[in-house]
Design a protein around this ligand. Sequence first.
Ligand SMILES: C[S@@+](CC[C@H](N)C(=O)[O-])C[C@H]1O[C@@H](n2cnc3c(N)ncnc32)[C@H](O)[C@@H]1O
Length: 243
Amino acid sequence: MNVYARQARYFREAYQRGEHGWPVEGPEPRIAAALRRLVPRLPGGRVLDLGCGEGRHTFDAAERGFRVIGVDAEPLAIRRARALAAKHPGAGDRAGFVVADLFALPFRPSTFDVLIDYGCFHHVTRADTRRYLDGVLPLLKPGGYFLLSCFSTRFKHHPGERRTRDWVVHRGHYDRFFRKRDFASMFGGWCDVLAIREERDGLSGFYHVTMRRKDAEHRGVERPVDAVVKSDGLRRGSGVHVR
Ligand SMILES: C[S@@+](CC[C@H](N)C(=O)[O-])C[C@H]1O[C@@H](n2cnc3c(N)ncnc32)[C@H](O)[C@@H]1O
């Protein structure tokens, strides 16, 4: 079984148990603060929440007036997110959810003003970094914002944990750990890195990174727009249904 198949089982079982180690409700304060700052710049803008889980950041963005799609590969997480919609009347009909793998996202290029990835990218293998970038970043409009939160090298699964490399397969899932300088080197071709904030709390270590997609002129080659897409941003025939 390859690492992603094991990881999918890990997430499925975590949602089945109902104890997965990250909050079900309530956005991470730094994501909420970043979204609050973006509201006046991008009123009613489109947001994509990658690996949305039960949708805590999807709902927060929708409650701020953004039109948001949360995607997650785990159907149970998406079912729970849809059920939680009743608790978020302030999100109106602006929050929708789709079961999709981030390596096969059913959206056309330059659809979104903001991407959020809270805790998904660090489960992508080093070897698939380019595949992630090439799959995800074209979905962001030039000038759009990317809010990325991922493990720092200071993150530990248990006190005294020692690692000899920047990734580990831990209890059936892949975790990767980042240094501050990694973000410019990984994302610099696509984005300007605007801010990197480190969060440390006990064993937890995270980087919260705000990036902005360069425009085509500064990036060099722009990607061709995929012709087989609907105007609402979902690929025709993809079989996905929002909400
Ligand atoms: C650590 S959880 C974070 C959930 C959510 N972002 C939050 O902050 O509450 C990571 C999520 O990423 C999802 N995920 C992992 N790999 C994925 C992939 N290849 N495509 C889509 N979702 C994925 C998992 O199912 C899980 O819900």
